[in-house]
Design a protein around this ligand. Sequence first.
Ligand SMILES: *Cc1c(COP(=O)(O)O)cnc(C)c1O
Length: 413
Amino acid sequence: MAEGMVNPMPDLTWQEELGPRWVEVDLGALKHNYQEIRQRIGPGVKLLGVVKADAYGHGAVEVSRVLEEMGIDMLGVTNVAEGKQLRQAGITVPLLVFQPFSPDEIPCLAQFDLTATVASQEALSWLQQWLEKNGGTIKVHLKVETGMGRYGFWPKDVVAAAREIIAIPGLFLEGVYSHLAAAMWKNKSYSRTQFHLFQKVCADLEKAGIKGLIKHIANSAALVDLPEMSLDMVRVGTLLYGQYPSPHMGKILALKDTWCLKAKVVYLRQLPRGHTVGYGRAFKTRCPLRVAVLPVGFVDGVQLEPLFKPASFFDLLKGMAKLFLTYLGWDKFRSPVLFPGGTGRIIGKVGMQLTMVNVSGVKEIQVGTRACLPVRRTAIDSGIPKVYLEAGRIMTISRTISVSTKPELGRTE
Ligand SMILES: *Cc1c(COP(=O)(O)O)cnc(C)c1O
């Protein structure tokens, strides 16, 4: 990673070196969001910043550096490889690895001082055997299954597991946690059930004389809607990056957007009425349109047409109505592309490396004009160059990321 970074970047040719598309990360916005979250949780509650999946597409190393400087208490990653990458980049704050580890990852946990999640009896015996043979210390948090259906000890088995951990020399039980499955829903009853199960486990641990553990269950959605679940620490990702986990949440924090995919117009022209656009002729002009071509597509990991996943029957009807209006020629529900001179709309199918945009209403547009595209951040190819800005100034540019540090597909959360 380090060899791919140039710092600082006052050089006039940086844009040419970047190519026609890049990601802009606003570190000032990240700092602002951090402070908003800190204020919300108040003193006495620790903050774990989630930097898994390359910090939700922002670049895990750069984001972790900023969060460490801001005073984050802990960082969370999905797997051991992600944790190792941060340690090798010089990050020193405690790092919690969420995913169950495999026996061959234990040396790495120990060497890089990564805090492991223990979710099974089997994992405990692996740790015990390794520590007996090699010595040293490993910190762990116990994971409790309260309703996610993914991994964790059943509540009834937690006290016994905790006792066992405490009895193993070199193993240090630091925390106990669980994960909410539906905190982003309006209906919070499932989350409350999960929380009560977790609280019961915490009470059982206290009764068994196991005290002083860091207890945590809250994610971004809980921090917004269920602050009573904050306990000793909250684990926050989505909010740090300026987004809310769901559209119907109260916008109680003044968050700033931290991320944007930028691309330069590579071609521009007028298409006559009745002309089709792109593969499968999925779009036909109903009047003459000015169309810009942008050099991004699905090969970049860009999924520009959001998947339509209705949450209810009413949602389904709404979605169908939108689709129908779009079919009739309404532009409003097409994905927006922001230009300095106005908003364009994506038309036709997104291609492998090219996307067409109706820019008829956009002022002062020409080849080379920069646009900001709506994409799912975590879906973006981590090889796309990233430009880090603060207060409008370029701080760092990261052009390469080694493939080995890219989280394995299907193993990230
Ligand atoms: C991803 C993750 C989080 C953060 O979730 P957000 O909704 O993005 O805040 C917290 N805890 C665990 C275990 C996670 O995997």
